[in-house]
Design a protein around this ligand. Structure first.
Ligand code: P6P
Length: 338
């Protein structure tokens, strides 16, 4: 047991990726190094978040500069730039597409072996920062198809089943990195004293069913009847509990570990919903399927959705198989009655 514990303590993220790939090929090394870069971006972001109150203006804050006289960037922009900077000169990624950027950012060098593209939302749920509540970074790794001559990155619109990896970093009481490259879902906790993400849970499986339903009920009268019928159902039946933090990554993480369902449905005015397909829903859908769960628009698996533009939104119902199917059953029932 001693050795096991020692071994577990030493399983860092880069070592774990190589173990998952059971290979030390150039591509495996690249993927391991790429994950390490993402971890570095997470560490830099976590460090700044932990001082957000001080730097962003509770103490000694004047205008757009903090006490050190450095311009205080909005956290979203700061984190966006951190992800770009850790990949410059890395030779690992040739393109970055972020929710914060209208157009993808091209690393000005010849495309490396993996021709990887990082798709990411640098800080999701940033409105939670001012209340010191959890926020997260979401990412997916794709391989560039073709040469993208016109820089429109149209190949990124292919369905989410083309992702070769995905994950998130949850900045909560501890900083947790969760990833999958197709061999299960694995979670790491940042040990600040080591500056390393240390293996915490391997092969996470989402329970078939859970008590949690996570949705902003303030939108109740904006929804289709079918969603209202689902909410009335969970209100009337024992064994359900509402949990909603206002930041997707924390709400998703709870569902991944405890089971249940997170939903951000479309509304009558915005049938396409609020969450982004490329940067939020598809990466999390990749993870939940790897964990034995489901992710749906309500009528189609998220991973089968082919995008029409980089920043498009989609309704999202994600979590335990049984709970996602229950929500879909109300949508299908309603469709039948129309
Ligand atoms: P609402 C944060 O703005 C976000 O993009 C997700 O992180 C979160 O799940 C959702 O929007 C919250 O939206 O409308 O409930 O405030």
């Amino acid at each position: 047991a001693g050795e096991r514990a020692l071994d577990r303590d030493c399983t860092t993220l880069s070592r774990h990726v190589l173990q998952q790939l059971q290979s030390f090929s150039a591509e495996a090394q690249d993927l391991s190094a790429l994950m390490n870069r993402i971890a570095l971006a997470g560490k830099l972001t976590a460090r700044r978040l932990s001082r957000a109150g001080i730097m962003a203006g509770v103490l000694g804050f004047a205008g757009t500069e903090n006490v050190q006289g450095e311009a205080v960037k909005k956290m979203d922009i700061y984190a966006n730039d951190v992800f770009i900077s850790v990949f410059e000169q890395s030779g690992l990624v040739c393109r970055l597409a972020s929710e914060e950027m209208e157009k993808p950012y091209y690393i000005p060098e010849n495309c490396p072996i993996g021709r990887y593209t990082l798709v990411y939302d640098p800080i999701d749920g940033s409105s939670n920062i001012d209340a010191n509540l959890n926020v997260g970074s979401i990412f997916a790794i794709r391989q560039q198809q073709g040469n993208d001559e016109d820089g429109s990155a149209r190949d990124l619109l292919e369905c989410g089943r083309n992702q070769i990896g995905a994950g998130y970093i949850l900045y909560g009481p501890s900083t947790v990195l969760v990833y999958s490259i197709g061999t299960g879902v694995h979670a790491f906790t940042l040990d600040p004293s080591l500056g390393e993400f240390i293996l915490w849970q391997e092969n996470i499986k989402v329970p078939e069913h859970g008590a949690v339903y996570s949705v902003n009920e303030g939108n109740f009268w904006q929804w289709e009847d079918s969603i209202r019928d689902y909410i009335r159902y969970v209100h009337r039946h024992d064994g359900y509990t509402g949990r909603y933090s206002g930041a997707l990554v924390g709400d998703f993480h709870r569902v991944l570990l405890q089971g249940g369902v997170f939903l951000y449905p479309g509304t009558v005015k915005k049938p396409e919903g609020k969450l982004r397909l490329l940067y939020e829903s598809a990466p999390l859908a990749y993870l939940i399927e790897q964990a034995g769960g489901r992710a749906s628009t309500g009528t189609q698996d998220i991973l089968d959705v082919v995008g029409s533009q980089l920043h498009q939104r989609t309704p999202l119902i994600i979590g335990s198989k049984e709970d996602v199917s229950l929500v879909e059953s109300f949508i299908q029932e309603n469709a039948r009655m129309e």
